[in-house]
Ligand binder design. Structure first.
Ligand SMILES: [Zn+2]
Length: 230
């Protein structure tokens, strides 16, 4: 019962965060940046000024699908960011360039995140299934079921760790972005706060996702180790 209430609260929180980032992005996508640079130009300027001439910039489909690929050294920007000269586009483009800067400087949380990714990916899909399966199987298999559930729990723990490590990675990329935007004269001091609002709204989606993951982990932990409370 408690879990039902909690999962609704988490779902609500995540929905709110997603809606907020969409509305904030679309509001500031309509505000032209005075430097008149498109997202692609902003990213190029930030990358070049840090010696990252070899990092390519590509246009990809979708909305808010922007990301930096550390393996291929490619910065992929969505169409509303790549081609447009808005505060929202400048913010997102600089944020993704911020990830490329983290990669260049060997920023540790980014490295940990990449290292844990395969297990986390497995844990968030397969691991989370093993927990209830193991608990149910425990009725027939006895202790064997507990070990299956425990394996699932450890895998899911990796997914939660990934989510937690994502937070410093995202906040750090945004602060690098804001520094590059203001030092490079891409946004004026007047435009700074509004650009920051877009990045803060995006960061909140990661915070909501992490809260959800931690609460889910605690719930499964209570099922596994404190069976009596359910
Ligand atoms: Zn990011």
């Amino acid at each position: 019962m408690t879990y039902l209430v909690l999962s609704f609260a988490i779902m609500g929180l995540m929905l709110l965060a997603t809606r907020n980032v969409r509305s904030t992005f679309s509001r500031y996508a309509k505000v032209p940046v005075r430097s008149r640079l498109t997202g692609a130009q902003v990213a190029r300027q930030v990358l070049d000024s840090h010696g990252l001439h070899h990092v390519r910039i590509e246009r990809i489909e979708g909305e808010l699908t922007d990301h930096y690929d550390p393996r291929e050294k490619v910065l992929r920007l969505s169409e509303p960011v790549y081609d447009h000269a808005s505060l929202a586009a400048a913010g997102v483009a600089a944020h993704e360039a911020g990830h490329a800067l983290q990669d260049k400087h060997g920023y540790l949380p980014l490295q940990y995140r990449q290292g844990i990714y395969p297990l986390a990916n497995f844990g968030s899909s397969f691991g989370v299934l093993l927990i209830p399966l193991g608990l149910m199987a425990g009725v027939i298999l006895g202790p064997m079921g507990f070990w299956i559930a425990l394996m699932g729990f450890i895998l899911y723990l990796c997914a939660v760790l990934f989510s937690v490590i994502t937070l410093p990675v995202e906040f750090n990329a945004s602060s690098r972005a804001m520094a590059a935007l203001s030092h490079g004269g891409i946004v004026s001091s007047h435009e700074y706060r509004d650009t920051e609002k877009v990045l803060n709204a995006a960061a909140m989606t990661y915070v909501a996702a992490t809260i959800g993951a931690v609460v889910t982990l605690l719930y499964y932990g209570s099922l596994l180790f404190g069976g009596a409370e359910e």
